[in-house]
Design a protein. Sequence first.
Length: 293
Amino acid sequence: MTHDTVEKTPLTLLGLGAMGTALARAWLAAGHPLTVWNRTPARAAALAAEGARVADSAAEAVAANTLVVVCLVDDASVDEALAGADLAGRDLVNLTTGTPAQARARADRTRERGARHLDGGIMAVPPMIGLPEAGGYVFHSGSRDLFERHRETLGVPAGTIYVGEDPGFASLYDVALLSAMYGMFAGVAHAFALIRKEDIDPAALAPLLADWLIAMAPSVHRTADHLRSGDYTEGVVSRLAMQVAGTPTFLSTAEQQGVSPELLSPYFALMRRRLAEGGGDEDLTGVIDLLVR
């Protein structure tokens, strides 16, 4: 063991699924002493060969180090894993995907058990972990002091972005970005469905589609400005009234191509509602207010 390795913060990782394993390998490669635990012990064998210490139980793993990172399948599995562990004095970083409410409740329970808490939302897939050039990062929220204390260690697998003291914010940012991603995937699915029965190579459409989505992406900044100012008509180049007038073309094209409009129709319905409320001179920002209950 080298001098540099000794100086690296030791930590514990609970959970060795695809993401947990990628995290573990990144910390091991960077020289961090690592204790791991997984419900299925066989998954830890490869990491043991790479230098990880394998604990027989989650409680044993938690006891091994002050910094404990959790990356399990869901909130219930975190409860189960930590049930018999002594958390007193531990720094718990929960990277398990969950809701903002679950993150806030987890933070409260963690503090009640004498530990400090930081929540995280991973914006990456396993192959991006440990590769800075891949652009993956992790949202963190909760104790800023705890984040600053472990910033360097937490930044080894992927970049870090601190989003606030509220423990639920990391999950909220995570789900917000992923929700936008699925909206994009829905549009892409509809676009490819439209050409599915035609003599058009999907590979020919793909670069045009990708470039168009990239060109439209900066519109999120204008939407944010509208929401901050409350003026949804400022700088509008495509009025809602004009866009609603064009929606029958999209629906008719789908029908003619034998494609279900179910991915488009709900959004078009919201656009019509906003227009009926007098938002014809706006862009599409007003649809957001219809979604907020």
